[in-house]
Design a protein around this ligand. Sequence first.
Ligand code: AP5
Ligand code: MG
Length: 221
Amino acid sequence: MKIVLLGAPGAGKGTHAVRLSDDYGIPHISTGDIFRANLKNGTELGKKAKSYMDQGLLVPDELTVDLVLDRLKQDDCKNGWILDGFPRNLFQAEALTKALADEGGLDYAIHLTIEDEQIVKRMAGRRVCSVCGASYNTNGLMPRVDGVCDRCGGPVVQRADDAPETVLKRLAVYHEQTEPIVEYYREIGKETPVDGSLPMDETYALLVALLGEKDGCHDQD
Ligand code: AP5
Ligand code: MG
């Protein structure tokens, strides 16, 4: 199953992708997580990406597209994948469509819908695992042990680009550059809207209803 998760910053792409990846046994590929891991490891890519991420801007396509298309060729992607945060503009969407042309294209471009006001509230409370990318929130969705990820035991921290003014910039960039690809996927018959504004388990249930139950699906505890 080849899935693109679309949606504004804070729509819940990372939250649901982590769970879908566990339940459906396909890798979760997040460009934001890849850039943050590179930053943490002090790589050249990480240093270059940081200046854009800190300002809430998109990292240039020449640093992003080949990175993702190469990742999709790795062995663990044979049975599918969940892309989170890619594509993020029309150039990236078209590059992905072209790369998948010989293998039947995407199965779903799922658009997690949510209003901006709700996003700003969510982002203020967001905390993330700096190892596996799992998302938490001070609004009642914190890990069982303070500061320690339930899923992998990694440290749970606040993201540098969740400062309120950077969130507003990221939202503006989303509306200007990323939202047009929702229309792009609609035109090629792949866009499927799913309400991302509901409580987490309700949105997740809609995703499972869309994708079909998979053996081994489990409730988040
Ligand atoms: P990236 O890491 O992709 O960030 P983003 O798209 O801005 O999205 P977020 O990760 O902020 O939100 P999310 O939808 O994953 O929400 P989450 O699940 O955490 O990108 C960061 C930067 O990297 C970009 O700004 C750019 O610079 C660069 N970049 C990345 N990809 C790029 C690309 N392809 N091209 C160019 N540049 C690129 O949820 C948010 C919060 O809400 C959490 O606290 C969560 O617990 C909570 N929550 C989620 N769902 C619910 C719910 N249903 N109810 C209550 N709370 C909920
Ligand atoms: Mg995310």
